[in-house]
Design a protein around this ligand. Sequence first.
Ligand code: C2G
Length: 447
Amino acid sequence: MIKVITYGTYDLLHFGHIRLLERAKALGDYLIVGVTADGFDRARGKINVQQSLMERIEAVKQTGLADEIIIEEYEGQKIDDVFRYGVDVFAIGSDWEGKFDYLNNYCKVVYLPRTEGISSSDLRKKQRELNIGMVGETAVLNKYEKESHYVNGACVNAVCSNDHTFFSSEVKNLPIITDDLQDMLEKVDAVFIASHPTEHYSQIKQTLEKKKHVLCKSPIVTSTKQWQELKQIAKQNGCILMDSIKTGYATAYHRLLLLVKSGVIGEIVSMEVTCTSLFDLERRSNINYQKVWNSISAWGPTAMLPVFQILGTDYKQKQTVSRSIEGLKDFDLFTKTTYVFPHSVASIKVGKGIKSEGELIISGTNGYIYVPAPWWKTDYFEIRKEHQSENKRYFYQLEGEGIRYELVSFIKSIHQSKQAKCISDKVSFAITKEMEDFFERKDFIEI
Ligand code: C2G
């Protein structure tokens, strides 16, 4: 019996896939199909896959062509599989020509001509082409424009800004450049907002009232009343209103949360989160502090995210210690807040006027997790136990600081009319509440 094996993602299974499977099957008597796991696809840069692994397996099964279906989970697995299943022929589409020649050492390798004119990417694009406009006055917009090119169905076509000096050459060449939000809203389906937090409320409201979706750099707003009002409008108008915190979408961060929740370091007793970025000292005197994000707005949401996602939002007591610029009460150079929960404590330390080690430490009854600086852009963390031999290291490729995953999640939320679970409303509201408390000086000591 001649055994043939082939691999693929098979997202939105189409005619090209079926033809490939038919021809692969015809090369022997028994066909094994390896369907890629989500994690493996992500690691090899395929971030736009729409169907779950189970849906993709089911679709392959329905073709009736596979005698056996296996899951492909890691780089190099193909060699293992050839031995494990006694494979005689490895077949794959001609888009991979030459890439799998190394398998010739173990079996016969056949490249089958790819079917022209159809692909999963095209199908995804057709389904989800969304025009996105960007709002704001910072270079963050350049990053989002750049990352959008990796996201199927995301088309950044407009920017609304009062300051063009920071624009990258790509942003400069966008079809629509304006300083009039209403004007831009006529020409887009969704908006990414990265303006100063004091402008968010009005900009989000205008956008939602035009029934356009919003991804807004967290904090969405700094008043809980405004938060509730905006969420209500979003709901009424069938729109997504989502916090943008890129760390929340990074693979390593997501896996860390799952590990913590599965109890690998026992019960969590303490967390320490630090995020700082120091102003350029020489430029400090020229800064217009009304337009620049203060420390708590710039870093607070990112620092609060792991605390609220791991320990919840129902802390019993809080103490904030903060130091602001002289004469500018609302501009904190440094803020440290300690949250006391019934059985645990967490502290966040943020600053644009201080520098510190930007690490995340989560201490549990059975070990701790250490994420080295800058933890918010991490691709790596360690689980450390009492006995060094039990320590474990985890590494996950981080593409585009998490921004491209965030955009994928935003687009998916829009098409499914359901907000992605990544940053829940509960956490978003808690972040807003913290901002409100900060500006109202609640549980606050000024130093
Ligand atoms: N294919 C094809 N014609 C198309 C589209 C795809 O013949 N128009 C083939 C591909 O060449 C591949 C198979 O269908 O052999 C599955 O394609 P994808 O789902 O795009 O998976 P791919 O990323 O090619 O995975 O380890 C994974 C494999 O290496 C390949």
